[in-house]
Design a protein around this ligand. Structure first.
Ligand code: ZN
Length: 515
């Protein structure tokens, strides 16, 4: 049953024209961090991802590779699911729009929309880009117009298509997009408000002569426009819970989605077309749309023709998962554009993870083992309040920032606590104090406090760097509970327990490494 404990989040359904790139990896890792955070906060999460597989573009790509569209989709879809498994993404559902159940959902949805009187047959004339799968607003008399995005000739189309009465939803969509909660971040909201204020036009939802698509029931020769079909993939995935694929079951299956995370290029489809389609079909609209920015590389757009595309799998094989996650979440301001820079990547991993956090953990455990019989010290006097209060403060900051999907601020907070803890050690110099027996109790308290702040850092890193967090906590002989509120309490590290020999938590990256 739907409860407020449930949180449904989606990545876009990635278009299988090509194998996954760093951009899709970024979106998915961000959704994974949000999902992990929500689970740690006690929510039951439905994390949906998948692929969008229809359309003329796929058909043509397959033809040019001399394979069937089906074979092409199978190949690329498995590249996605394999990558998410390799990267330890905790998705719950992986939907393919070629699933038989999806067609069933699309047909039900279409019938609802038709019953609402929102479908009519019309003539669609105009310049079409197959790459965008979109008609362009360009005059008929233009000679050989090109797509701005794809730099390819547009094709003239003049065909009978089924249309969706988007114009009917003008007022409702206007109200929706101007509300505070629907579109994030705010800068993107303004783009959409502007677009809607110009007046919404009906759009065609079927194509003729495109065989690689779902047939429209009752209209021979028509297949669904790829976007109409793809957006419904979210519903199919939500219904994939062992029951029947009936739209009436949506509400009890976790719909509406609490959060659609998408790239800014597909915001219009999600923030305008999609809610209007849901309204027409009598389905709840998603709660929030988050449009994140684009990734460039060393200041340049990444693209096949430029030969500078970063293959996430190659990067993973080179550096492992923690550096990739840390860089994407820590360096890019979620919601805004980001630039991947080789040097910055190496510096961040080495400074933050190897030096600041890694050294803190390593030297504190080493001292504790050396002076306290390989154990966490027993504390008999109160330590300095400083590290305790900084830790508690950091817990609040990190939870607040993660709740706003501000990974950058959350990571900064964690690093700040690690830096403060290092400073605290340096200022107290327990390696000097321990030489005098009288200081034994104070040194015990000092070491315990830093071990404890390090444990809190390890806990706070769980949604961002699950792998590194688990390595850290093992070295502290600490097993986290499932809901982190129980772990995020000062003083949970048991005294007088064995600490294993510390090992570096991450390999330093060679500064000459070429990514
Ligand atoms: Zn185009």
């Amino acid at each position: 049953m739907l409860t407020n404990h449930l949180f449904t989040i989606t990545t876009p359904l990635y278009y299988v024209n090509d194998r996954p790139h760093l951009g899709s990896c970024y979106t998915t890792i961000a959704c994974d961090a949000i999902s992990r955070f929500k689970r740690l906060e006690g929510k039951e999460v439905i994390f949906i991802t998948g692929v969008d597989e229809h359309g003329q573009k796929i058909q043509r790509t397959a033809e040019s590779n001399s394979i069937s569209a089906e074979e092409h989709c199978n190949n690329i879809s498995s590249k996605y699911s394999e990558l998410w498994n390799t990267l330890n993404i905790t998705y719950d559902r992986f939907v393919r729009t070629t699933d038989a159940n999806h067609q069933n959902v699309v047909n039900q949805f279409f019938n609802n929309v038709k019953k609402s009187g929102d479908i009519y047959m019309g003539n669609q004339k105009g310049w079409y880009c197959v790459g965008c799968e979109e008609f362009k607003d360009i005059s008929e008399n233009t000679e050989r117009p090109q797509c701005d995005i794809h730099k390819k000739d547009l094709e003239w189309r003049n065909e009978e298509n089924l249309f969706f009465r988007l114009s009917k939803y003008q007022t409702k969509i206007e109200q929706l997009v101007t509300s505070n909660d629907f579109i994030h971040p705010i800068s993107r909201r303004n783009e959409i408000i502007k677009f809607v204020s110009k007046g919404l036009k009906d759009f065609s939802i079927s194509r003729v002569n495109v065989t690689w698509g779902l047939p429209v029931p009752g209209y021979d020769g028509h297949t669904f426009y790829v976007w109409f079909d793809a957006l419904l993939g979210y519903l199919t995935a939500t219904l994939n819970n062992g029951g029947e694929y009936k739209l009436e079951q949506l509400e009890r299956s976790g719909w509406p989605a609490d959060l659609h995370v998408i790239g800014k290029d597909i915001l219009r489809f999600h923030a305008i077309y999609w809610p209007a389609m849901c309204m027409s079909a009598g389905i709840d609209i998603p709660t929030r749309i988050y449009g994140h920015g684009f990734l460039t590389r060393e200041g340049n757009k990444m693209g096949k023709s430029l030969g500078n595309v970063l293959n996430p799998l190659t990067l993973y094989e080179l550096v492992g998962i923690d550096p990739i996650r840390w860089y994407l979440l820590r360096d890019i301001n979620f919601g805004f554009d980001g630039d991947f820079q080789n040097k910055r990547f190496i510096d961040l991993i080495n400074n933050d993870l190897a030096n600041t956090i890694g050294n803190l953990l390593n030297r504190t455990i080493t001292m504790s083992r050396k002076w306290f019989n390989n154990k966490v010290p027993i504390v008999t006097v109160n330590g300095n309040e400083l590290i305790k209060s900084k830790s508690v403060h950091t817990i609040n900051i990190v939870r607040k920032e993660l709740d706003r999907y501000n990974f950058l601020k959350a990571s900064e907070g964690i690093i700040e606590l690690a830096k403060q803890s290092n400073i605290y050690l340096n200022d107290n110099a327990p390696w000097v104090a321990i030489k005098n027996d009288e200081n034994y109790d104070e040194v015990s308290a000092c070491i315990y406090d830093v071990l404890e702040s390090t444990r809190i850092i390890g806990i706070l890193l769980q949604p961002l760097l699950p792998n590194l967090s688990s390595i850290m906590l093992k070295q502290l002989s600490y097993s986290p509970e499932k809901v982190w509120a129980n772990d995020l309490v000062w003083g949970k590290l048991e005294q007088d327990i064995e600490l294993p020999t510390p090992k570096p938590i991450i390999n330093r990256l060679d500064t000459n490494i070429e990514i």
